[in-house]
Design a protein around this ligand. Structure first.
Ligand code: PXP
Length: 240
């Protein structure tokens, strides 16, 4: 059964809109867990535009399910991960001007750095995943760098509007899963997933963990975090 990690970055986005202390992502994480979330994901960005160091520290102390920290490969971020010791680190590319993560990490270009970081995080008992496009070279390089998992970028699938393109993107995800599984990697997926488009990806066997943020937080504004998490969990379990 595929698992749901709720990405709560945008709870912090609302807080930062007024630079105040509410809504608290720590409270949101508790609500997600009570509703059956299998993990909590946050992206600590270098510009701290939403999640901040205080959140990461408190979430590490309070999250009882999996705590997945998304971050780029910059040295100050690696040092934070070594100190905080989340259950999992997902390495992502980061560009200061972007609205959200754009594209996947270039593991081929940064293979040496990725290998070094993976060794360092493994020493702290942290699982390492890379957020990548379903590209054979990227997947194989992630495996060669010693990582445990990949997160397949579902953004191109989520953005596709024509049925034929949607099907093409789903096939790319299936092929990526096969290559990763053959290389001994665990396969996660995420980005741009919503209550409307989760069905077909949740039906892909072998995608074992989904990271979903914006859509769940958006729904939570209207129905509450507990109901929003429960609804998404049901859709992942139904997978169709
Ligand atoms: N996975 C990764 C690696 C991401 O960077 C993000 C966005 O922070 C997500 C998943 C969640 O994407 P969304 O907010 O579109 O659900």
């Amino acid at each position: 059964m595929a698992l749901l990690n709720v990405n709560i970055d945008h709870v912090a986005t609302v807080r930062q809109a007024r630079q105040t202390d509410e809504p608290d992502p720590v409270w949101a994480a508790v609500q997600c867990e009570l509703a059956g979330a299998n993990g909590i994901t946050v992206h600590l960005r270098q510009d701290r535009r939403h999640i901040n160091d205080r959140d990461v520290k408190l979430l590490k102390q309070t999250v009882a399910c999996k705590f997945n920290l998304e971050m780029c490969m910059a040295e100050p971020m690696v040092k934070i991960a070594e100190k905080i010791k989340p259950d999992q680190v997902t390495l992502v590319p980061e560009n200061r001007a972007e609205l959200t993560t754009e594209g996947g990490l270039d593991c081929v270009k940064f293979k040496k750095r990725l290998t070094d970081i993976t060794k360092r995080l493994h020493k702290k008992g942290i699982l390492v995943s890379t957020f990548i496009m379903p590209d054979e070279q990227q997947i194989l390089t992630t495996a060669e760098a010693g990582c445990d998992a990949i997160e397949l970028h579902t953004g191109p699938y989520a953005n596709a509007t024509k049925d034929s393109i949607v099907e093409k993107r789903l096939n790319e995800l299936r092929d990526g899963r096969d290559i990763a599984a053959a290389a001994g990697l665990i396969v996660h997926a995420g980005h741009g997933l919503t209550y409307r488009n989760i069905g077909p990806v949740a039906a892909i066997a072998g995608l074992c963990e989904f990271n979903i943020g914006h859509s769940v937080v958006s729904r939570a504004v209207l129905v509450g975090m507990k109901q929003a998490t429960e609804e998404m969990k049901r859709l992942i379990e139904a997978g169709n």
